[in-house]
Design a protein around this ligand. Sequence first.
Ligand SMILES: N[C@@H](CCC(=O)N[C@@H](CS)C(=O)NCC(=O)O)C(=O)O
Length: 204
Amino acid sequence: MKLYWSPHTRSIRVLWLLEEIGSPYERVLVDIRQGDQNKPGFEKINPLRKVPAIEDDGVHVAESAAICAYLADKFPGAGLAPRLDDRLRGPYLQWMYFAAGNMEPAFFQAAMNLEIPESQAGWGSFDRCIGVIEAAVSQHNWLLGERFSAADVLVATSLYYGMKIMGIVPEKPAFLAYIGRAAARPAFQRAQMIDTGTIDGGAA
Ligand SMILES: N[C@@H](CCC(=O)N[C@@H](CS)C(=O)NCC(=O)O)C(=O)O
């Protein structure tokens, strides 16, 4: 398993998930600030020339949500995705797609101050998206209740990014508590230390 990664990017999601799983992987640095993603050959790893991407025994997967879904299903023992016959599988998939399909565009709409009619924007609006997440994480520790899943990796990292980097997500108590629970996970802490170069987590 190879992870194509660049520090301080969406790669952290996959790094965190791989640390939750605990199976060996090789980390390959693609320094996007030096333009490594535009070098010849990287289009075979990800035709969009972005990180993260993975290669698993010759299979290439890009898009952080797709990678997280792939890895969570590939390593069922890690318990990061409800199985096909589990009643939580539906809500799990809903949150996985919500993170990629609603949060990403809603956040950029807010950051760019774009006016889009709510009935035409698939995500409704930034406030509606935020309200849905606040309701979910106020009631329980994780999106699926007391069960942590790959969906939390996607939603928590986006919320953190939206709050601390983009400055568009309000510092509501429920969001701070949820991000705090995520940050307290040992796998997240390892991923952060790998991302910042404090510890070595594979061949970079
Ligand atoms: N939809 C993609 C977005 C990936 C993405 O935007 N990656 C950025 C870093 S966070 C990147 O590789 N940028 C380099 C570039 O666009 O040249 C995902 O979720 O994986």
